[in-house]
Design a protein around this ligand. Sequence first.
Ligand SMILES: [Zn+2]
Length: 189
Amino acid sequence: MMARSHVIVGLAAWIAAAPVLHLSPADPVYLGLAAAGSLLPDIDHPQSWVGRRARPVSSVIAAVLGHRGITHSAVAVVVLIALLAHAGSRRGAVSALAIGYLSHLAADMLTPRGLRLAWPMRRTWGLPVCRTGSPAETIIVILLVCGIAWSLLHAAGRVGGLPFKAIHWPIYPHRPVDVTAGTGPQAPK
Ligand SMILES: [Zn+2]
């Protein structure tokens, strides 16, 4: 995906995940770290937004390890979290950077090339639904942001649930049975 899409997805992922982690979704430091994390994996590409700004490093990584290699794998996520934790970084800062980073990997998995999540294994994983820079990428990003905005408003009680929820599909939990209102045997008085 494009750098702009990665930042939007990273910020949206952080805003959605922060309340679950009991952290402030609006903290500007966390938002900045989530945005940074959402761009960081592409340091393995000298022509990417972050790669152009870290050209010597990105050129070396691209030449030695290639694009969408170790920086787009579970190894990188584990190493990143371990290094930050070892350096004494705050839980919130580590979480924001890690969620931004993970959002980048999830977004890249939507492109045809997929990701080598288990690097150095060569197998790739992905759900190819859009090409980088295509109109489909823009539509997916817009739908994601709208979906997260709706879920946050719904959680805050500002909007109602989906209309088909009233049909009681099996995936939704049914209301608990009120045992006192049934027609079963009454307790002796
Ligand atoms: Zn990438």
